[in-house]
Design a protein around this ligand. Structure first.
Ligand code: MN
Length: 404
């Protein structure tokens, strides 16, 4: 009666096994007349969640209402999905609600509320400091005392696959006195990990680091596209603006924190010890292995486990002044770079500000991105069953600047 044998419908070695079960928003012509709704990735398929969980919250075109339900109901839902996908009793009814992952369109999975981008990699911050202030201490005095961040533009957060149009803006070429206007000539990537807030927090009430998992539902991959020439001219004294806000891409599958239990590790030792409100209560560093590919060739493998500031500390810091949070808020880690050359999460580091261009397999070289280039960031994590689970990928292709 159905095409799924054996049950559960997970091929051997799949990185979307029952220990992953990420949530996203999909559409398929044969499901709900093609309307976007919530799905769960399992094996090579997507499970249409609304009918099998018998809950209209999953017939919505975003995860927003589900995110707001909170930890107890997230756990209950995950347990129910596991039961439905393992107990042969449900095979007949559940298998009717699986569609091939290759046939679905994936959409932005939640309405992005506030968006914050941090700067939590010691190696990234040190590299950028060395590039721009070669004669000074690479880290600025505040860096080891707080996770540095800025508020970004939530309205231009887009789902993986959305084309990225090369931005135009003001940039001042080296040695020039006045700025000129035109397409960015130094378009870059930042490979990052993003954290999706489910349960918000009221105005005036900081979220302690120990309450991280009561608020954050899960994780996505982020590409914080960056126009370095626009950024370099505009950023003083208030920080990133138009060099960042033209597009930020996220992966379509939100991997629940529960799926990452086996990836949790102690964060690196912090010296000096952070202030009390930033003290870690539990290990929330995550052993994610990231891969950055440019036109199909892997150019970097940044490790996430060594990030100096961990996501529980990021949330504690971004709310310590009483700022409220809402379901769908997104905060990203900042560029993930490790200590080795092949672990740098941006082109500005990989090419040392363009001085050491990359050579691609086709023989071409890159200092920064060219029109037509495709960047794909993917990641895996150790799974509860001893294998690897996938966080999926975030990809984007550079389209030429619009004529002005
Ligand atoms: Mn960034």
């Amino acid at each position: 009666l159905n095409a799924f044998d054996p049950w559960p419908p997970v091929p051997d070695g799949s990185a979307f096994g029952l220990d992953n079960l990420p949530f996203g928003v999909f559409s398929h012509p044969a499901v709900a007349d093609g309307a976007p709704r919530i799905g769960v990735a399992v094996g090579d398929h997507v499970l249409d969640a609304a009918p099998v969980l018998d809950d209209p919250v999953f017939a919505a075109p975003t995860l927003d209402a589900f995110l707001a339900r909170g930890r107890a109901l997230w756990t209950e839902t995950r347990a129910r999905l596991t039961e439905l996908l393992t107990d042969a009793h449900y095979q007949g009814s559940v298998s009717h609600h699986l569609v091939a992952r290759a046939e679905v369109a994936l959409h932005l999975p939640f309405t992005v509320g506030d968006y914050v981008d941090f700067y939590c990699s010691l190696d990234h911050a040190s590299n950028v400091g060395r590039i721009f202030r070669p004669d000074a201490e690479p880290l600025l005095p505040n860096w080891r005392h707080l996770p540095v961040g800025y508020h970004g533009r939530s309205g231009t957060v887009v789902v993986s696959g959305t084309p990225v149009v090369r931005p135009c803006g003001q940039r001042r070429p080296p040695g020039a006195e006045a700025p000129t206007f035109g397409p960015s000539m130094r378009l870059d990537i930042e490979a990052e990990v993003g954290f999706v807030v489910g349960v918000g927090s009221p105005l005036g009430e900081p979220v302690p680091a120990g309450s991280f998992a009561d608020h954050v539902f899960g994780v996505v991959l982020v590409n914080d596209w960056s126009a370095r020439d626009i950024q370099a001219w505009e950023y003083q004294p208030l920080g990133p603006f138009l060099g960042k806000s033209f597009a930020t891409s996220i992966s379509p599958w939100v991997v629940p924190l529960e799926a990452l239990a086996a990836a949790r590790v102690d964060g690196p030792a912090q010296d000096p010890a952070p202030l009390d409100y930033l003290r870690r209560a539990e290990p929330w560093a995550l052993d994610l292995s990231i891969e950055v590919a440019l036109n199909g060739a892997v150019v970097s493998r940044p490790p996430f486990a060594t990030m100096y500031w961990t996501p529980d500390q990021m949330l504690a810091h971004l709310t310590v002044n009483g700022a409220s949070t809402r379901p769908g808020d997104l905060y990203a880690s900042g560029t993930v770079s490790g200590p080795e050359r092949g672990q740098r999460g941006s082109l500005i580091e990989l090419t040392w500000n363009g001085a050491e261009p990359l050579t691609l397999p086709d023989g071409s070289t890159r200092a920064f991105l060219e029109d037509g280039d495709t960047v794909t960031i993917s990641a895996t994590a150790p799974s509860a069953t001893g294998g690897l689970l996938s966080l999926g990928e975030v990809t984007g292709t550079i389209h030429p600047a619009r004529p002005t």
